[in-house]
Ligand binder design. Structure first.
Ligand SMILES: NC(=O)C1=CN([C@@H]2O[C@H](COP(=O)(O)OP(=O)(O)OC[C@H]3O[C@@H](n4cnc5c(N)ncnc54)[C@H](O)[C@@H]3O)[C@@H](O)[C@H]2O)C=CC1
Ligand SMILES: NCC(=O)COP(=O)(O)O
Length: 327
């Protein structure tokens, strides 16, 4: 089935616009509705020397696959002109408007999923807007209590109990309630979106050596172990808490459907070492399908033509797969 997917082009000075133009050159199975400024895309296409035709989104027109240099555009006004590679806080409002429009259009059925190109968290905060990431933005927009960040390649899925938190705050955020909510969402969405009948999830400890029986930290004994026992009693197949340094070895991973890390930089460096440029970032637990790239704004590469669109391609394919499987 040909789907309609929204693509937010992300930080306008970064590589998001370049990636949208690059994927327009490839044959696509779905209609890609890029939510962005049209002049920005034309200007970046000219800088890259790539052809680009933009057709303005019409909700009443039949869905038609993008490609051959053509994209559908849902136009949004920039707040100030863009120079590739140079952040400008005045455009933060534009960036957030693209996210809001994408979420609104997904919830009202105009498109079946959202794929996001990277935004720059720092410049949005410098504009005076508290923003820690798309994951938290869409959680709040949709009014759900919890979501789960999971990055995935074809053969490795890594989900996180906590996302964009200072390391100092992580231990306090590892609570029975949070672990339970995250595990239930992960278990449910591995079934719903990925057709895994009885997901097996490896859970990492928080401390080195999973706490070494309490000698290197007590979170495993006091919080993680009892919570996993309760979740197992609900029928969820959990292994752990395992020391994170050995969890990510083939011996354990070969029997698992996903690994659950306690924090961002416990899980994501492994995933990115394994498959940077081929992975998708997926938000589970939302009432809509949202995927993203596995990388950031790469300001150094904007308008250079040296950008790899592999992760955006993966994110589009995963969003289409999820939207087709959504129950
Ligand atoms: N989904 C999102 O919106 C994400 C946004 N970010 C944001 O991006 C900004 C920059 O983050 P960094 O840590 O510098 O990471 P980065 O991913 O932007 O850059 C890291 C390195 O990878 C290279 N790189 C990144 N994407 C590439 C691509 N598609 N093709 C070729 N090379 C690529 C860059 O040139 C750089 O050398 C930060 O503000 C961060 O918050 C980071 C990750 C995800
Ligand atoms: N490391 C992943 C990342 O920063 C992307 O987060 P989000 O913007 O998708 O929430």
């Amino acid at each position: 089935m040909t789907l309609r997917l929204a693509i937010t082009a992300g930080e306008p000075a970064g590589i998001g616009p370049d990636l949208c133009i690059q994927i327009a050159q490839l044959p696509q199975e779905h209609e890609l509705v890029v939510i962005a400024n049209a002049d920005l895309l034309h200007q970046r296409a000219a800088e890259l020397g790539l052809p680009l035709t933009l057709q303005v989104f019409d909700p009443d027109s039949p869905i038609r696959a993008s490609g051959n240099g053509t994209l559908t555009i849902y136009p949004v006004a920039l707040r100030t002109p863009v120079i590739a590679g140079q952040l400008d806080a005045r455009n933060s409002d534009y960036v957030l408007e693209t996210l809001r429009l994408a979420a609104a259009g997904c919830l009202d059925g105009r498109w079946q999923g959202i794929v996001t190109a990277p935004v720059h968290k720092g410049i949005i905060n410098e504009a005076g807007i508290a923003f820690s990431g798309h994951t938290e933005y869409f959680r709040d927009y949709c009014g759900v209590e919890e979501v789960v960040m999971m990055l995935a390649t074809t053969d490795l899925r890594v989900a996180l109990v906590t996302t964009h938190l200072p390391l100092r705050a992580v231990a306090d955020a590892i609570t029975p309630d949070r672990i339970s909510r995250v595990v239930r969402i992960l278990n449910h969405d591995l079934k719903q979106y990925f057709g895994i009948a009885d997901p097996r999830i490896l859970v990492a400890g928080l401390n080195p050596h999973a706490g070494e029986d309490g000698h290197l930290g007590r979170e495993e004994l006091d919080i993680i172990n009892p919570t996993l026992a309760q979740l197992r009693a609900e029928g969820i197949d959990l292994i752990g808490p395992l020391p994170a340094d050995t969890l990510f070895t083939p011996k354990h991973l070969q029997h698992a459907d996903a690994a659950l890390a306690m924090y961002h930089d416990q899980g994501l460096p492994v995933l990115k070492f394994h498959g940077f440029g081929r992975a998708a970032n997926i938000t589970l637990g939302l009432p809509l399908v949202r995927t993203s790239v596995d990388h950031g704004t790469a300001l150094d590469l904007a308008a250079t033509g040296k950008t790899d669109a592999g992760s955006l391609n993966t994110a589009i394919a995963v969003a289409a797969h999820m939207a087709s499987n959504r129950t």
